[in-house]
Design a protein around this ligand. Structure first.
Ligand code: DHB
Ligand code: MG
Length: 236
């Protein structure tokens, strides 16, 4: 029983927040039956997103990479009923399963799923992501409070740039899969895997920024999947 998967299952069981997690097994089963890849966030990361969003009193969340909507649901659970969650999914098939999951889970606030290539949608000069969402009373400036990035690893730097534009000052961006079995840290001059190029660009950017625009951290995780982790970026 001394296994990463066993420990992950133990923590998921012990720490479940029924108000949010009830029905998530069925939601995952729906994804599995549809043949979707088994790469949803584990319960522990999902619940960390809930805690993060709740603790910053987030009202508006942007997600890049919906998949079956599991992380979307964890994020929505943290928002007030009149909150807003926009999630972007490239695959219409995945978006359909996510939509079924939101309906079955009664996800509230109900997420708006934007189907299409994230960068195309985010950069559309006439699209909904043209400007950060409008000012909320009591908050200093417009923008999303929180963004969660869990999509095409090749485009992480471009997502980083768009999220910096759309997230308000004092907002946070979380990147799933920010470690990639340590392949982000190969020495300069070594061949860099394509899924790490964007992350390396992001880490390089943050290094150069030297605390002027963002404060960032990255945490390595051992789950039931491979060695990976997440990065967290605070916009100053
Ligand atoms: C992969 C993608 C993910 O978002 C993840 O959390 C794990 C693996 C992948 O594409 O391999
Ligand atoms: Mg992921």
């Amino acid at each position: 029983w001394l296994t990463r998967a066993g420990t992950e299952a133990y923590l998921a069981r012990k720490l479940a927040n029924p108000e949010c997690t009830t029905g998530l097994d069925a939601a995952q089963a729906r994804a599995d039956e549809a043949g979707m890849p088994a790469i949803a966030v584990p319960e522990t990361l999902g619940q960390m997103l809930t805690i993060l969003a709740k603790s910053m009193r987030a009202q508006r969340v942007l997600e890049i990479g919906t998949l079956a909507g599991i992380s979307t649901h964890y994020l929505a659970c943290a928002l007030p009923a009149d909150g807003q969650i926009d999630t972007i999914e490239a695959s219409p098939e995945h978006a359909k399963i996510a939509q079924a999951n939101f309906l079955a889970l009664d996800t509230c606030p109900f997420p708006t799923t934007h189907v299409g290539q994230a960068l195309k949608l985010l950069r559309d000069p006439n699209g909904v992501f043209k400007d950060p969402p409008g000012t909320i009373e009591g908050l200093p400036e417009p923008g999303y409070d929180l963004a969660f990035v869990d999509a095409n690893k090749d485009e992480y730097f471009e997502y980083f740039t768009e999220c910096l534009r759309l997230v308000r000052k004092g907002g946070v961006i979380v990147f799933d899969n920010a470690i990639r079995n340590g392949r982000i840290a190969v020495p300069d001059g070594t061949k860099i895997d394509s899924d790490c190029v964007g992350l390396r660009k992001m880490y390089d950017w943050i290094e150069k920024d030297a605390g002027k625009t963002v404060i960032a951290s990255a945490i390595q995780t051992v789950g039931d999947k491979s060695w990976d982790g997440f990065a967290i970026v605070y916009k100053l």
